[in-house]
Structure formats: structure tokens, C-alpha cells
Design a protein around this ligand. Structure first.
Ligand code: 6PG
Length: 476
């Protein structure tokens, strides 16, 4: 008997993905470097369907029906390269390796080229939804050749989450496109989480409420356009009490946020492509600041001159925070989709942004009602240059901007740090400004480095003789 598909790497994600596949009727070959993990999967879940375990990678490859499809879910970096090499050694022309790990898209581009050269196919598939998603239906973002998608797409679509009968899995684009959009997904996830955290901080300090009371507020926001998985779990986390101390759990967790790197990758890529993803950037830096014990510990000599926060109208304040969150969220997603377009242009991917928003509606961490609107916006205009200015979003963000201004200024006056809220507002004001002080920067650049400038009233490239008689000359 041969298996329909194989899974290499049986830590929680890999094991759950294999279980998801068998639960959909596929026979699944499984392999793990240490066989004990394979044995554990078989002992605990072997009865759930047809697993074909192997303790040897050659046997594993031999147990797959051709053209073979092997999903790998191992640690990003060197371990992934090692597994790819081992598989490729035993595979034959036309076989397909699917990397479902959180690989950097540039590694995926490199691996795809190397694998193609060996006559095999490589699919870099981003996968989101955590352990539960892997088991019950994740959002899957596969990149690679359209031919390999023909072979693996139907299986991945079947095991993905579904919305109204539609799978949360679609072909994204060539080579690294799938892992690239997964990376941006994570960047947006960082921004979303930071915005929610800032909203929580404001509510807690402004209202003096308990975490449990704030959980009620977040829960009520589930009835609004903010309805999303991250808002939902925020309420759950805030409701949790610590068994040991009886305190709210959020008060006994150390306030230092970790990161495994995908947020930073997103920001690095954005810097390379020159796309301002300020929401993601601030969110990533805020995690860095929270995890800087040296600097935080050394800050005692600094005075904040903070005013105390006084909230007169409770409901009004809550609504202002909600609107500030919504406006900033639109900005963060708008920036994230700009980055996707810029990368698509640079790397030659044809990414359908409306389809992408659609497969993020379920299964993944940033799943939200809101994504329907993004799909509609790109359906109506696939070349939309600025998502937040779309005819659907513009009135919504416009209506929320006064609240964002109020909230950002309140945070500034009362020393509540709001990096993501404030940078969203600065981006909004910057992008819609008729004229930016960038003109002065151009003047400065020309002054010290003869870097030249353009004129508003004439064609051509100009330089002023700053160190001489200050006459202007045309340099092109
Ligand atoms: C997902 C998550 C997943 C993981 C993040 C967390 O989409 O399922 O994004 O990929 O939980 O990598 O990243 P940090 O550890 O950097 O917060």
C-alpha cells in the first residue's frame, strides 16, 4: 500500500497536520528523525485513519505514491535544508517537496531553484492557525509552480479552514510568494496585537477597571466591525485568574514580549523595498523595548511630566478607544497590502490581493470579519493604490480619525505609550498631506552632498552652489 501524501517532522504542528490529512480520508506516510515521536503519534492517534509510519527516510519516500508529495514541518533554517537534501536524494523526477514551516521567503526562492535543478518541485507553503488550526483547518498559502499546485492544491484545500464552503487555501504565486505572504500575515499579526495591547492599556489606566471588566469591553467589540480571533482571545486572556495567587493572570505574566523573527523579517523586507509599514515596525520595536531590561532598568532619572488620566464619560472614552483601534487597524492592513504589492512587483509574483484577504478570513491568527471588506475593495479595484482610501474604507477611517487624534493626544499627555496608535495617525496625516517637509530634506541633502533636487515648476534635476555663490544650475 502506498500513501497519498507524507509528513516529515512530527512535532505538534506536523503531527496535527498529518492527523488533519487522515481525518479527510488520505493515507499519510509519517517520518520523524527520532522514531519515538512517530511511535507516539501511532500509539495516540494511529486509530484515527491510515498512517504509514517509517523509521527510515528511504522507506518513507518509497511508501509514497507517485508523483510523491512530502510535506515537511521542521525547524526553519539548517534543519529544513537537511531534510530537503535527504528527501531529494531518494525522490525521483516530478516529485514534490512542500515546506510548511515558517521559512524566510528568500530561503524558499533559493531552495526552489536548487530543487528544480534536480528535477523535483518545491512548494513553499505558509500555514497559519497554530496547533489547533493545523488539526482542524488552517489557512494555507502555497507558492511554487502552477503545475505542482495542481497536484498538492486539492489536498491542501481540503484540509484547510472553510468559509461558506470556500477553502482558505489558494495558489499565491511563484517560488517564495507563499512564504512571503505568510511573513506579512505575521507582521500584520504583530501590529494587530500591539494595537489591541495599547487599547487595553488605555482602558485599564483610563477607567481603572479590572482585567475582567476590560474583557467585557473587548467581548462587546466582537459585535462590531472589530470582530476577530485576536479580540476574542484577548477577552479570554484577560478573564483568566492565576491559580497560585488568585490575581488576574495578565498581572503575573512578565511584561516582556518575545518574538521568533517573522515580524522583524517583515520590517527588514519593507525597508529593503522602501515601503513604510509603520504599524508593523512599531509593533516589532515595542516588543524589543519591552524585552530590554537594561534600558528599562536605567530609566529612573527620566521624568515623564505625566498628567493623570481623567475620564469623565466612560462610554465615550471606550468608544473613542474602539474607533482609534479600528482606524489604526485599517492603516496597518493598508500598509501590509502595500508591502505585498511592492514585493509582487519586485519579485515578479502575480498576487491576487482580494483572494489573499479571502483565505485569511478563517483558520489563521488574523482572521476577522474585516477581511471581507478588503476582499471587496480589491475585487472592485485590483490595482487599488491605497487600501484605506478605497471608497468603502475611506468613510470609515474618516469617521474614526477624530477619536484617534483624541486618544493619541491623551496618551501623550498622560505618558501612556502608544507607538502603534501614534504612528498610524502620523502615517495617515503624512500620506494625505498636500505638501511634506521632505522638500527641506532634499535641500539639506543638496547642501552637504550635492545630491540634487527636482523643482515643482520645471523639469530637470537641479543643484544649488551652496558653498559658492548659491546660484542654481541644472544637472541633467
Ligand atoms: C500563525 C502564527 C505562527 C506563530 C508566530 C508567532 O500564523 O499560526 O503566526 O506562525 O505563532 O510565528 O510568532 P512570534 O513567536 O514571533 O510571536
Amino acid at each position: 500500500e502506498t500513501a497519498d501524501i507524507g509528513v516529515v517532522g512530527l512535532a505538534v504542528m506536523g503531527a496535527n497536520l498529518a492527523r488533519n490529512l487522515v481525518s479527510h480520508g488520505y493515507s499519510v506516510a509519517v517520518y520523524n528523525r527520532s522514531y519515538s515521536r512517530t511511535e507516539k503519534l501511532m500509539a495516540d492517534h494511529g486509530h484515527e485513519g491510515t498512517f504509514i509510519p517509517s523509521s527510515d527516510i528511504a522507506d518513507f519516500v518509497a511508501s509514497l505514491s507517485r508523483p510523491r508529495v512530502a510535506i515537511i514541518l521542521v525547524q526553519a533554517g539548517a534543519p529544513t535544508d537537511a531534510v530537503i537534501d535527504q528527501l531529494a536524494e531518494h525522490m525521483e523526477e516530478g516529485d514534490i517537496i512542500v515546506d510548511c514551516g515558517n521559512a524566510h521567503f528568500k530561503d524558499t526562492i533559493r531552495r526552489e531553484a536548487a530543487i528544480q535543478a534536480r528535477g523535483l518541485h518545491f512548494v513553499g507553503a505558509g500555514i497559519s492557525g497554530g496547533e489547533e488550526g493545523a488539526l482542524e483547518g488552517p489557512s494555507i498559502m502555497p507558492g511554487g509552480t502552477p503545475e505542482s499546485y495542481e497536484r498538492v492544491g486539492p489536498m491542501l484545500e481540503k484540509i484547510s479552514a472553510h468559509v461558506d464552503g470556500e477553502p482558505c487555501c489558494t495558489y499565491i504565486g511563484a517560488d517564495g510568494a507563499g512564504h512571503f505572504v505568510k511573513m506579512v500575515h505575521n507582521g500584520i499579526e504583530y501590529a494587530d496585537m500591539q494595537l489591541i495591547a495599547e487599547a487595553y492599556d488605555l482602558l485599564r489606566k483610563g477607567l481603572g477597571d479590572t482585567p475582567e471588566q476590560i474583557a467585557d469591553i473587548f467581548e462587546s467589540w466582537m459585535e462590531t466591525e472589530l470582530n476577530s480571533y485576536l479580540i476574542e482571545i484577548t477577552a479570554e486572556v484577560l478573564r483568566q485568574y492565576d491559580a497560585e495567587t488568585g490575581k488576574p493572570l495578565v498581572d503575573v505574566i512578565v511584561d516582556a514580549a518575545s518574538q521568533k523573527g517573522t515580524g522583524a523579517w517583515t520590517v527588514q523586507t519593507a525597508l529593503e523595498l522602501g515601503v513604510p509599514v509603520t504599524g508593523i515596525g512599531e509593533a516589532t520595536f515595542a516588543r524589543g523595548l519591552s524585552s530590554s531590561p537594561l534600558q528599562r532598568g536605567a530609566s529612573a532619572p527620566l521624568e515623564s511630566h505625566a498628567l493623570s488620566i481623567e475620564v469623565e464619560d466612560r462610554d465615550e472614552f471606550i468608544e473613542q478607544v474602539r474607533q482609534a483601534l479600528y482606524a489604526s487597524k485599517i492603516v496597518a492592513y493598508s500598509q501590509g497590502f502595500d508591502l505585498i504589492q511592492a514585493a509582487a512587483d519586485f519579485y515578479g509574483w502575480e498576487i491576487d490581493k482580494g483572494e489573499l484577504a479571502k483565505i485569511w478570513r478563517a483558520g489563521c491568527i488574523i482572521r476577522a470579519i474585516f477581511l471581507n471588506d478588503i476582499t471587496d475593495a480589491y475585487r472592485a479595484n485590483p490595482d487599488l493604490p491605497l487600501l484605506m482610501a478605497d471608497e468603502h474604507f475611506a468613510p470609515k477611517i474618516n469617521a474614526c480619525i477624530p477619536s484617534l487624534r483624541q486618544i493619541v493626544s491623551r496618551g501623550a499627555l498622560t505618558a501612556i505609550p502608544l507607538p502603534a496608535f501614534s504612528s498610524s495617525l502620523a502615517y495617515f496625516d503624512g500620506v494625505r498631506a498636500d505638501r511634506l517637509p521632505a522638500a527641506l530634506i532634499q535641500g539639506q541633502r543638496d547642501f552637504f552632498g550635492a545630491h540634487t533636487y527636482l523643482r515643482v515648476d520645471n523639469e530637470g534635476v537641479y543643484h544649488t552652489e551652496w558653498s559658492g555663490d548659491r546660484t542654481e544650475s541644472r544637472w541633467d
